[in-house]
Ligand binder design. Structure first.
Ligand code: ADP
Ligand code: MG
Length: 624
């Protein structure tokens, strides 16, 4: 009978013969739906008499009230029940294993897909944001947004999404059932809701602000690390290690403090939610128990009437109320994960909200992909900061094929002026025209294909020499590449390396000297073969010998192109067609080397000063 009592109703044979007084009677409380195991073998009276004949059914009538309850179930049916239970158990555990697999697989799949989408979108957006915007950003912090913040979002989806969904669904489901059992008691159990709401909003607010602080600190950590790793030489030279360790340490500590704050709030929050929820249960048990026991109350404004409940309903209600615990506790545990992800989303959104400042013209471009290279500045005004122009109303016309030098004091705006040509920045008023057309009318791709830059520092990427040169002309055949390298005076050097063109270039090309890097950049520009060439002090960082080699390479590069060269070695400018002298954002003098030298203006005095300086240093003046 213990076994019977423990068994769910439907697994119990519906008719159990009573070996005592009346073999044919049945117990009404056992008359559930016909069981699978209710075999005729149980009751000899059910066996057919002869093959084909109809079974003789026993008269079914309830057992007398005082007849003994059968004390055992036949051997047959116990085995059946056990086997059936085992099969059901096995099926359930297999099913639940399958569900766990699907859950884990799906949450990882969703998290990974989401993070790929966000990461790619963010990176693409970063590439489109203006250089002006990038100038103002901290590199490490940006990297942290692309890596760390997205990882936080990924973590929430992987570890929390299913719990979150299951929790919310369970809450809704259980609450609906509770409402259907007893709306009054459901309301009663919600008595703690205002306090719960207060606690939830206070704590989630606190955890959220800690999570934000933590994300910001993570950005700063990445910042200092990036900056210092890029400046290791200087840090060692100035023995700044201790200072930098302290700077790094302070951010690491504030990251820890924010993490601890979030953690300790979370540690208080979860049990507090449990306590409040059980308080709700206490109220229900108290009121329900009191009323169900037959007591009444009348508080004047409220009487027992709406709360009358019988014990069965109360117990059923309490069972469901108890089911609210787990999802609430689970959900409260997700707060930290969710707030981390939310502050990650916020930091990513900040970047995505930045409008790309260089916007492509909507008009379709119908011109030739290769331009002639005529450059015109018309009353161009530009400044990095509003109302503080760096370029003040500059107008110049440079016919295609002309070689022009831009000279002047440092900070005069030379670099800024040439950066307007490929539209790295946009004129605030006036316009920069190429071949007579405003450079904003060209698709960026076309415009930038037609402008080559050789800057003070050549930028090389990780990869082979060949790959680095190929950037100039993707898919160029080897002969063309080596031809360009020959012109750039670097072919022989490359061939002297054990791996030749397959030599590996380290990050930023730091396994090559400045002169070698510069000549590789020149070879790249030769391959690119664009009609406009901008040289921004390409030899400024080189020693005399390397400078001579680079100049030699440059002389081959400039043939047949419009050239704008910025140079502070005035004595090397004899061959250019025209020199523009810039001061404080304006062109103050222009003319040929000879004209300007004769004119005794700013250029002549700069030249004189430089020659005096190099004479002092024991260098010879270049003879032109
Ligand atoms: P030059 O090349 O003639 O030495 P630049 O064009 O580099 O001069 O700089 C002109 C002025 O613009 C300087 O006063 C400099 O401080 C400022 N400047 C240059 N680049 C930026 C930038 N990215 N953001 C803000 N100001 C800048
Ligand atoms: Mg400059």
């Amino acid at each position: 009978s213990d076994l019977l009592a423990a068994m769910p109703l439907k697994f119990i044979p519906s008719k159990i013969s009573n070996p005592g007084a009346d073999p044919a009677c049945t117990f009404p409380f056992l008359n559930g739906p016909l069981s699978l195991f209710d075999t005729p073998a149980l009751d000899p009276s059910l066996r057919p008499i002869a093959p084909g004949a109809a079974p003789r059914l026993p008269p079914s009538h309830p057992c007398p009230a005082n007849s003994p309850i059968p004390s055992m179930v036949t051997h047959h049916s116990v085995t059946g029940v056990i086997i059936f239970s085992l099969i059901i158990l096995a099926i359930f555990s297999l099913l639940s294993a399958l569900l766990v697999y699907i859950e884990l697989f799906l949450s990882t799949f969703i998290a990974q897909s989401l993070s790929v989408t966000i990461r790619e979108q963010l990176f693409d957006h970063l590439q489109r944001l203006s250089l002006d915007w990038h100038d103002r950003q901290k590199k490490g912090d940006l990297v942290q947004r692309v890596t760390g913040n997205i990882a936080d979002i990924e973590k929430l989806v992987t570890d929390g999404l299913i719990d979150l969904m299951a929790g919310v669904l369970t809450l809704i489901g259980v609450a609906t059932i509770m409402l259907s059992i007893s709306p009054q008691y459901t309301l009663l159990s919600l008595a703690i809701a205002p306090v719960l709401f207060l606690v939830v909003s206070r704590y989630t607010g606190g955890i959220k602000s800690a999570a934000k602080k933590k994300a910001r600190a993570a950005g700063k950590i990445a910042d200092v690390a990036t900056e210092d790793i890029n400046a290791l030489t200087v840090i060692r030279a100035f023995t700044l290690e201790t200072r930098e360790n302290r700077r790094f340490g302070s951010h690491v500590e504030s990251h820890r403090d924010a993490g601890m704050r979030a953690g300790s709030l979370q540690a208080q929050f979860t049990p507090l939610v449990s306590v409040l929820v059980s308080l709700g249960t206490l109220i229900v048990v108290g009121v329900g128990g009191y009323v169900a026991a037959g007591n009444g109350f009348d508080l004047g404004f409220m009487s027992i009437a709406p709360f009358s409940i019988d014990v069965g309903t109360l117990i059923l209600f309490l069972t469901y109320l108890k089911m609210l615990y787990q999802p609430m506790r689970d959900l409260s545990k997700l707060t930290t994960l969710a707030t981390n992800a939310a502050s990650g989303v916020e930091r990513i959104q900040e970047v995505l909200d930045q409008a790309p400042e260089v916007i492509e013209s909507s008009k379709p471009y119908t011109g030739m992909p290769k331009l002639k290279g005529e450059i015109t500045f018309e009353n161009v005004v530009f400044g990095y900061i509003k109302n503080r122009p760096v370029i003040k109303n500059v107008s110049i016309h440079i016919p295609a094929g002309r070689k022009v030098a831009l000279v002047g004091f440092s900070g005069g705006g030379k670099t800024t002026l040439v950066k307007l040509i490929p539209r790295f920045y946009e004129a605030q008023s006036g316009s920069v025209k190429i071949d007579g057309l405003d450079n904003r009318q060209y698709p960026l791709q076309v415009l930038r294909q037609n402008v080559s830059l050789v800057l003070q520092e050549a930028v090389l990427f990780e990869g082979t020499i060949r790959e680095n040169l190929e950037i100039g002309k993707p898919g160029a055949p080897m002969e063309e590449i080596s031809d360009a390298a020959r012109k750039a005076n670097i072919h022989d050097f490359i061939m002297s390396l054990p791996d030749g063109y397959n030599t590996y270039v380290h990050e930023q090309g730091n396994n090559f000297s400045g002169g070698q890097r510069q000549r590789l950049a020149i070879a790249r520009a030769i391959l690119r073969d664009s009609p406009i060439l901008i040289l921004d002090e390409p030899t400024a960082n080189l020693d005399v010998e390397a400078e001579a080699e680079v100049m030699h390479a440059l002389n081959k590069l400039i043939v047949g192109r419009t050239v704008l060269t910025i140079s502070h070695r005035l004595s090397t400018l004899g061959q250019v067609d025209e020199i523009l002298v810039m001061r404080a954002g304006q062109i103050v003098e222009r003319g040929s080397y000879r004209d300007l030298k004769r004119k005794k203006g700013l250029f002549a005095s700069l030249l004189e000063e430089q020659n005096r300086y190099s004479a002092d240093m024991g260098e010879n003046e270049f003879e032109l």
